[in-house]
Design a protein around this ligand. Structure first.
Ligand SMILES: [Fe+2]
Ligand SMILES: [Fe+2]
Length: 138
């Protein structure tokens, strides 16, 4: 594994941990909000993000790297609209980063890492679509 791929996988882990906390806390702190369906979406996606963090950490460990424990910036609070906008930004960032990782893994003929991120990318595009639907904007 190159240093670039090592660093990129750790970047991915840092953001997966961050969004996992971000979405779960939006679920918890949004308890007063009038849309229980939205709160369930936060929780459901938070759990998927934690699974992503675990899968990427497993892969990095297998490749001889040390998975980070430090999350990226976590954005919490504000109106429901603001929260969802923050989440849309987070998903767009993930999609961009994971496309780069897929290209890098491919260059290094690390097919398993490429496949892992192809699968995760499908989830992230789904999350983006779900948040955009919540906001009523495509
Ligand atoms: Fe994720
Ligand atoms: Fe996501």
């Amino acid at each position: 594994m190159s240093k670039d791929l090592n660093d990129s996988l750790n970047q991915a882990i840092a953001r997966e941990i961050a969004v996992s906390i971000q979405y779960m806390w939006q679920h918890v702190m949004g308890e007063g909000i009038e849309s229980p369906g939205v709160l369930e979406v936060f929780k459901k996606i938070a759990i998927v993000e934690m699974k992503h963090a675990e899968a990427i950490a497993e892969r990095l460990d297998f490749l001889g790297g040390i998975p980070t424990t430090k999350p990226d910036d976590i954005k919490i609070g504000g109106s429901l609209q603001k929260m969802i906008k923050d989440d849309i930004m987070a998903e767009k960032d993930a999609i961009k980063l994971y496309r780069d990782i897929i290209a890098l893994a491919n260059k290094e003929t690390d097919i398993v890492t490429r496949k892992l991120f192809e699968d995760i990318l499908v989830d992230e595009e789904g999350h983006l679509a779900e948040f955009q639907t919540l906001l009523g904007k495509k």
